[in-house]
Design a protein around this ligand. Structure first.
Ligand SMILES: [Fe+2]
Length: 180
């Protein structure tokens, strides 16, 4: 199958969504540890690059066209996903909560996809109504994506950068065992 590069920004971001959905499906079916680890790392890489190009380029370009509430929620949802991405990237498929973390991340991404792709009122639909040249923007996204992927291939996945979460301190606890 020939690989075509979508020039349109929204087509490119939708293609990212489809790719990561397929990876989550493969993860669910994967039986061995090595396969799970490889798929989870790929999911973390894809999502990190996707969130970065949306936050650095796509969201700012569409800011005027999209409702503030929807835009703010997108940042907070991304930051929530980044916490799980960081956990998974540094975890191991044999860890107790590893599979659950991947599944919860998958649910979060399903929600993200719905918020962006919802016909008529989603982020993409609102962005389309604005005065944004999606073809040019698509080229910019594609170029940044290639740059980020090359950097990850060389230096590994960087720690996620939050843009809406600030100064959070979490205390490490443990699951409470049943009494008795
Ligand atoms: Fe997205």
């Amino acid at each position: 199958m020939p690989t075509t590069t979508p020039a349109d920004a929204i087509a490119l971001l939708k293609a990212d969504h489809r790719k990561v959905e397929a990876l989550f499906e493969q993860f669910e079916k994967a039986k061995d540890i090595a396969g799970k680890r490889k798929l989870a790392q790929e999911i973390c890489t894809e999502l990190t690059v996707h969130a970065t190009i949306e936050e650095e380029i796509f969201y700012p370009a569409c800011k005027e066209a999209v409702e503030d509430d929807l835009e703010h929620e997108a940042y907070v949802e991304h930051d929530g996903a980044k916490v799980l991405i960081a956990e998974i990237a540094q975890g191991n498929p044999e860890d107790e909560f590893y599979g659950a973390k991947v599944m919860v991340l998958s649910e979060m991404i399903k929600h993200h996809v719905k918020e962006e792709e919802k016909p008529g009122e989603g982020f993409f639909a609102q962005a389309r109504k604005g005065d944004v040249d999606m073809e040019t923007l698509g080229g910019t996204l594609q170029a940044r994506k290639a740059q980020l992927l090359a950097a990850i291939r060389q230096g590994g996945l960087p720690p996620p950068e939050t843009r809406s979460f600030t100064g959070h301190k979490l205390k490490q606890g443990h699951v409470v065992e049943a009494a008795g």
